[in-house]
Write a protein of this length. Structure first.
Length: 254
């Protein structure tokens, strides 16, 4: 399984970090986790085959996490040659279909009926969905918004957990237990802690409690400046820690 960080940022624009988007390839599965602004251009810049996506999963409905979805679907219909015929599955928390209907009202019926098969799947916290034989997507509730979920991608040999946005959560740590790579949001420095996001120390504590093999921090607000989130996270977690940058690639399992 391979992870490519397309957007390690947040709602706050910077030249270095675009909004949340993470690309995962596992066998035949090409999955985009969150679809924030900038994802298409970052994917093009990094040579990620965005047009070959098989699945697209949204963690919650804050616009920085799915604001480029309509443009992505538009690009799949009119931005590639030859035209796409392969099916695409869109996944997200309950309420996804209603929001897509509203997007279709704003942009056009092609949002829900592009000229390729589009399946919309509302996935509740705690559910598991098979993406392809032997490759599953699992979900867990997170304390960020009422609908927010974390995702795990599990293959026969590895498990990647992406927290989406979250606050500290023992239930999330139990659910993430033993993961090979924990891709954790790390929004704010420790001195700016709030209940609905993680700081580096809290992300480190989550990785420690989950006994993760590796911790990759993402979703940085510019307030971090030149401070080193890895150093703070390392007070709690003693495995490998990386502060992701847009374009970083990670191999998970073999
Ligand atoms: Zn966010
Ligand atoms: Zn959010």
């Amino acid at each position: 399984m391979e992870l490519v960080v397309l957007g390690s940022g947040t709602a706050a624009p910077t030249a270095e970090r675009t909004a949340p988007a993470h690309w995962v390839e596992a066998g035949p599965v090409k999955l985009l986790l969150d679809c924030g602004a900038g994802v298409l251009h970052r994917a093009a810049a990094f040579g990620v085959p965005w047009a070959a996506a098989t699945h697209l999963a949204i963690t919650h409905f804050h616009p920085d996490h799915w604001g480029e979805l309509a443009a992505y679907l538009f690009a799949l219909r009119w931005g590639i040659e030859p035209a796409r015929s392969a099916p695409l599955m869109l996944l997200g928390p309950p309420g996804l279909l209603l929001r897509l209907e509203r997007l279709a009202g704003a942009f056009g019926g092609w949002v829900l009926e592009p000229e390729f098969p589009l399946e919309v799947v509302e996935i509740a916290a705690g559910a598991t969905r098979e993406l392809s034989p032997g490759i599953t997507l699992e979900t867990c509730d997170t304390p960020h918004t009422s609908e927010s979920i974390a995702y795990a991608v599990r293959t026969g040999e590895a498990r990647l957990v992406y927290t989406g946005d979250t606050g500290p959560s023992e239930a999330l740590a139990r659910w993430a237990a033993g993961c090979d790579l924990l891709l954790a949001e790390c929004s704010l420095p420790d001195e700016r802690a709030i209940g609905v996001h993680l700081t580096p120390t809290q992300a480190g504590a989550l990785a420690h409690a989950a006994r993760a093999r590796r911790l990759v921090l993402t979703h940085f607000y510019p307030v971090f400046g030149a401070t080193d989130p890895v150093r703070a996270a390392a007070r709690e977690f003693h495995g490998e820690i990386v502060a992701a940058r847009d374009g970083d690639r990670f191999v998970i399992g073999t």
